[in-house]
Design a binder for this molecule. Structure first.
Ligand SMILES: Cc1cc2nc3c(=O)[nH]c(=O)nc-3n(C[C@H](O)[C@H](O)[C@H](O)COP(=O)(O)OP(=O)(O)OC[C@H]3O[C@@H](n4cnc5c(N)ncnc54)[C@H](O)[C@@H]3O)c2cc1C
Length: 422
């Protein structure tokens, strides 16, 4: 039986961020992952500007390491296509601050994180070790794996959408209203002739609603193609997502011609997405949940990497306080839930609202037409969507007035990106 102060289950973005930040603060941690890196993770592979911001905050060298990686595609915007084919583009360069977005395979992105973890002295990393059982014991948690047992004072569940820690300790059960079913398949030679290959595409299809099919450009003439739909509606409408994806690629009027000369590089693979559209308990006696284990994915965009990194960071901060105070009980750990939801809940609520608007294909059509046909509406959405200040000022009428008229509030202090504060 081994003993450790902090044991992290899962070496994806959430677990790696938590381990690195603790180690950098001088706290020794044990990090277990059932996989050996580099490993694949089924994902859309889109890295939003917030992901890049989080990397800097985990460790500035991590962002520098990321910048050195060549296997990534820079993204300048997003195209939304309604069932009828009407579309509009939202461009990152319209934002007030310079924003970076990329598509990079999770094999590469998580390898970059893992390389930084391996470089770090006080992380005791064990790959190929699967956690099977977590049991509360006097003064901590007992963790059984397929390769030995650990006792820890604080356990961090960073073990993803099918988290053993969340199930066994927080009683997490999949709620179809707050869960998305999703599939991914890599292609090469998809035709991008109709626009520059630096825009990620979301195609709303009547058969897959609420949800969409995505085509994301990748480096090396490859593409990440996938489909996702709210699980509640997958069962209600009895939708076979794999068949819908295959059908769209083979027969859809606008998509099929673009896949005529394309080759699938793998079979279609699926994984669940736990959405942050409702609040879940994020901690308890001697444990914290992070990333997908804590259900933090944006309910509209399906993005979860930024919140995985953010929650890993916040967990690391909280654990340092817990070690100092020698407090690991549920009431002390509530401060972690509170801080994390304070940072992200406003944004998740707005996304939940948009997700509900998009449950009807007719409404998607109407909204897309409205935005596509009206330059002023498009310009305003462009300004708002990529403005991270919206999330902190959304309840101030004067904010919308300033945005609409383009007037700036008198600046009393140097402007700081809200993303960088969160
Ligand atoms: C189809 C699909 C498309 C998506 N597209 C995007 C996108 O484009 N952009 C975006 O930001 N997000 C996207 N997401 C969400 C994103 O993938 C997740 O939010 C993100 O991976 C969460 O990171 P994590 O560290 O919490 O978990 P993960 O990345 O899942 O890492 C969990 C780790 O835990 C390990 N593990 C699991 N169980 C055990 C165990 N019992 N013992 C030991 N180790 C264990 C796993 O091997 C894994 O390495 C998508 C998700 C899906 C399914």
């Amino acid at each position: 039986m081994k003993k450790t102060d902090v044991l992290i289950v899962g070496g994806g973005p959430a677990g790696s961020a938590c381990a690195m930040m603790l180690a950098d603060a001088g706290v020794s941690v044990t990090l277990l992952d059932k996989a050996s890196f580099p490993r694949d993770k089924i994902c859309g592979d889109a890295l939003s500007p917030d992901v890049l911001n989080q990397l800097v905050q985990v460790r500035p060298a991590l962002r520098a390491h990321f910048d050195l990686q060549e296997k990534k595609q820079r993204i300048n915007g997003m195209r939304l296509v309604a069932p009828s084919g009407v579309h509009f583009d939202l461009m990152l360069h319209s934002a007030a601050e310079k924003l970076d977005g990329f598509v990079m395979s999770r094999m590469e992105f998580d390898r970059t994180l893992n390389e930084e973890v391996r470089k770090t002295g006080n992380i005791d990393l064990h790959e190929g070790v699967r956690v099977k059982k977590c049991t509360p014991v006097e003064g901590g948690m007992h963790v059984e794996t397929d390769q030995g047992e650990w006792n820890t004072r604080m356990l961090v569940g960073a073990d993803g959408a099918h988290s053993v820690v969340a199930k066994q300790l927080a009683g997490f059960e999949m709620d179809r209203k707050h869960y998305c079913a999703a599939l991914r398949v890599y292609y090469e030679n998809v035709d991008w002739a109709d626009h520059d290959a630096d825009v990620i595409e979301l195609h709303f299809l009547s058969e897959v609603s609420p949800g969409y099919l995505w085509v994301f450009p990748m480096e090396g003439n490859k593409a990440n193609v996938g489909i996702g739909m709210l699980s509640e509606y997958v069962s209600k409408k009895n939708v076979n997502l794999k068949e819908e994806l295959e059908k769209a690629i083979a027969t859809h009027t606008r998509l099929a011609p673009r896949f005529k000369n394309a080759q699938a590089l793998e079979s279609i693979k699926g994984f669940g997405i736990p959405l942050g559209s409702k609040k879940f308990p994020l901690s308890g006696d001697h444990f914290l949940l992070t990333g997908d284990a804590a259900s933090l994915v944006d309910p509209v965009s399906g993005e979860g990497i930024a919140n995985a990194l953010r929650s890993g960071r916040f967990a690391a901060d909280h654990i340092q306080k817990a070690l100092k105070a020698d407090r690991f009980d549920a009431s002390f750990n509530k401060a972690y839930d509170k801080r994390l939801y304070k940072a992200i809940w406003a944004e998740l609520r707005i996304s939940r609202f948009i997700q509900k608007l998009f449950t009807s294909p007719k409404r998607v059509e109407w909204i897309t037409r409205l935005i596509s046909n009206n330059k002023t509406v498009r310009r305003t959405i462009d300004r708002w969507l990529f403005d991270d200040h919206l999330m902190t000022h959304w309840n101030e009428p004067s904010y919308y007035w300033r945005k609409w008229t383009g007037r700036k509030k008198a600046q009393t202090t140097a402007p700081v990106s809200v993303l960088q504060q969160k």
